[in-house]
Design a protein around this ligand. Structure first.
Ligand SMILES: [Zn+2]
Length: 695
């Protein structure tokens, strides 16, 4: 006995996830945390949380706001803390051990949350308070929290019969498993494919592209070679610049076939099962379709409202794309090409047309878009708009040496947040760019300041040179930083209402709105400087750059809106209609008149947004819904004649960036703008309103 206890000190003393963190601002001590710490910490967190919820449920006192709703807000602290660290690592710096835990954990999570969210006694307390919420003398934020809590439990099935709940729990567990399978299949199909680029296969490809292709080969143990993988950041530039039409075809076909190859990674059966289970769960909850269920709790409210917006954008976008197609075909013919434009030709000829018409290519501006300067620009805009300042900290623990941390202070110099920037691609990071938090802001038991992250996949500069961004990268940087501000400026009482805890179709407003500042001459002239000479961006190049932003928007909009429409159809039509996923896709594309030369941005078997989980299911339209608002919202600054107008910036802070989910989003928008958004602003920004505006 004594030997065992000597060798195994109590878990809490050795597991850093279970100790109080003695780090600056109580940040996670990443260097002390290893994969084997997670499962024991999660097990403890599940037990603690379940006990806290049981105490609330069986509290003998008469239910009131404090002993029920506030108590729920206070519960699960350890689970929240451990989850934040774990999911940061899953996405930004994983390894086989972490991914293995992730697989196991999805089911454990479902099994932990099902009995809480479907607890009839607990829901009885919440429903009783919700019923008499007007008489409880609550603040506006408390009422909002009560409504959100009630809605969350109600929509999870807390009010169903025991039999229906049991089925609901089964469905949730199965869906958790299917979501993980969908992403693992996609990842496997991507990992199994590569194309070796011999010397003859490189016509049209830039030196930086070849350098990345060599780095990719090295990562796969093929040092000395150059390969193309199926990641979007490889495929799109390849299709844009490769002169080898046969290779473009090959790559395009492989890219659009991911998850649809009839092999062990095929996602068709997963989709069929997911759609059937979603439909069943919606029916259990009393909705005719999953889309009706899903959209009830959004700004859009109904499938009809979503379809209305998408169709309004679809028509001019399709018309523009068809006109562009004819121009591209004319270009092929003029070159003596004896073939019809195919989907694998579009990007290539569109880029040629852009160079001819707008006299601009991305390569010309890249030397002026130095990552560090663009970070400075994003910070500077926030200082001018909201008065916050940024100071780099070197003493905060991070999960990878490339991660940088800044302390954010408010106008009066008080600590407001820490901001972590993890900018470079590496094999341990999933693709894409995102914002998340390691801790959310709240004031429930004293001020808790947020820990906010931006994660991107930019390339490092080679041989000690600075990292240079493409225009798309620079836009992504501002986009994610806009989400970051939503987290950092959050000023609410309750943690579940903090920052980005808003409707899916509102959450892209703070991020997409922030992109507008990146495109402004006032900002670019100051921060876009040549990485070698320090020269500012020449006036003429700046003009051509800004004009080129509207180029090929018909194509980009068609790619996006077709995906959003198919997502909506999958979730409004009966699940039995899509038993043959491919036939369903083709029939729907035919119905909307999809140009044959353009593919959906995400074909069903690779549409992780809607099938890897349910966050964007029947919700892919959200980006466009938010775009209606962001295009309109920036107009407020333009009308004020100053893109940093203090009065407008103050309203933007008070009504949008600081309120999180504590107010109704529509009311928040109207408070900021003084009226509802005007949808034409979106078409204007994409250059789709005026058909004469071609370049
Ligand atoms: Zn976003």
């Amino acid at each position: 006995m004594s030997e065992i206890s000597d060798a195994s000190p109590p878990l809490a003393e050795t597991n850093p996830l279970l100790k109080a963190w003695q780090t600056p601002h109580q940040t996670p001590p990443f260097s002390e945390i290893s994969p084997e710490h997670f499962m024991p910490a999660f097990e403890r967190a599940f037990i603690d949380h379940a006990a806290e919820v049981a105490a609330i449920t069986h509290d003998p006192a008469v239910p009131d706001f404090d002993n029920t709703i506030t108590a729920l807000e206070r519960s699960g602290k350890l689970l929240t803390k451990v989850s934040a660290v774990f999911y940061d690592l899953v996405s930004a710096h994983s390894n086989p051990a972490i991914l293995e835990i992730d697989k196991e954990l999805s089911l454990r999570m479902a099994r932990h949350w099902n009995p809480i969210m479907m607890n009839a006694v607990l829901f009885g307390r919440i429903a009783m308070l919700h019923e008499k919420r007007k008489e409880l003398d609550l603040t506006g934020e408390q009422v909002r929290l009560l409504e959100r809590t009630y809605t969350r439990f109600h929509r999870a099935g807390a009010g169903l019969s025991d039999e229906a709940k049991a089925r609901m729990a089964e469905i949730n567990e199965r869906l958790a498993h299917l979501g993980t399978s969908f992403s693992h299949h996609l990842l496997a199909d991507e990992q199994e494919w590569c194309l070796e680029l011999g010397e003859d296969d490189r016509a049209g490809l830039s030196d930086t592209f070849i350098a990345s292709a060599k780095a990719a080969a090295e990562e796969r143990g093929m040092a000395g070679k150059a390969i193309l993988t199926l990641s979007r950041s490889f495929v799109e530039p390849f299709l844009k610049s490769s002169e080898r039409r046969d290779l473009r075809e090959k790559v395009f076909k492989a890219f659009t076939a991911r998850g649809d190859n009839g092999n062990a990674n095929d996602n068709n059966a997963v989709i069929v099962e997911v759609l059937a289970l979603r439909e069943e769960s919606a029916r259990l909850l009393g909705f005719p379709t999953y889309a009706a269920y899903r959209l009830e709790d959004t700004m859009a409210k109904t499938p009809e409202a979503v379809r209305g917006l998408l169709e309004r954008v679809w028509k001019p976008a399709r018309a523009r794309a068809l006109a562009d197609r004819d121009q591209l075909q004319a270009m092929i013919t003029a070159e003596g090409g004896n073939f019809a434009l195919a989907p694998w030709d579009w990007r290539y000829y569109a880029e040629k047309l852009r160079q001819a018409k707008a006299n601009f290519d991305d390569g010309a501006i890249k030397p002026y878009l130095v990552l560090d300067h663009m970070i400075e620009a994003a910070f500077d805009c926030a200082t001018r708009l909201f008065g916050i300042t940024f100071t780099e900290r070197k003493d905060v623990p991070v999960w990878h040496p490339d991660v940088r941390v800044w302390e954010v202070r408010d106008r009066d110099g008080r600590h407001q947040a820490l901001f972590y920037g993890d900018y470079f691609a590496r094999p341990s990071k999933r693709s894409g760019a995102w914002m998340t938090s390691l801790r959310d802001q709240q004031k429930l038991d004293g001020e808790v300041t947020p820990l906010i992250l931006n994660v991107c996949n930019f390339s490092k500069g080679a041989d000690g040179q600075p990292s240079l961004l493409s225009p798309d990268n620079a836009r992504t940087l501002f986009h994610e930083f806009g989400h970051g501000l939503h987290g950092m400026l959050s000023n609410v009482m309750f943690p579940s209402l903090a920052g980005t805890s808003v409707f899916t179709d509102f959450v892209e407003l703070p991020s997409q709105l922030y992109e507008h500042w990146q495109e402004r001459p006032e900002v670019l002239q100051r921060f876009a400087r040549h990485y070698q000479t320090g020269e500012p961006l020449p006036e003429d190049l700046l003009k051509r750059f800004l004009a080129a932003r509207k180029f090929n928007q018909g194509f980009a909009t068609v790619e996006f809106v077709s995906s959003a429409l198919i997502d909506l159809e999958f979730h409004t039509q009966s699940a039995s209609a899509s038993r043959d996923v491919r036939a369903f896709e083709q029939a729907e594309l035919k119905k909307i008149g999809m140009p044959e030369e353009i593919a959906m941005r995400h074909r069903p078997t690779q549409f992780g947004h809607i099938f890897s989980g349910d966050y964007y299911a029947a919700g892919y339209y959200s980006y466009m819904w938010s775009e209606v608002m962001d295009a309109d919202a920036f107009g407020a600054f333009e009308e004020a004649g100053d893109i940093f107008d203090p009065a407008t910036a103050k309203r933007l802070h008070d009504d949008i960036y600081s309120t999180g989910g504590s107010v109704d989003p529509e009311a928040a928008y109207v408070a900021f703008r003084g009226r509802e958004p005007e949808p034409d602003a979106l078409l204007r920004r994409r250059g789709l309103l005026d058909t004469a505006e071609v370049a």
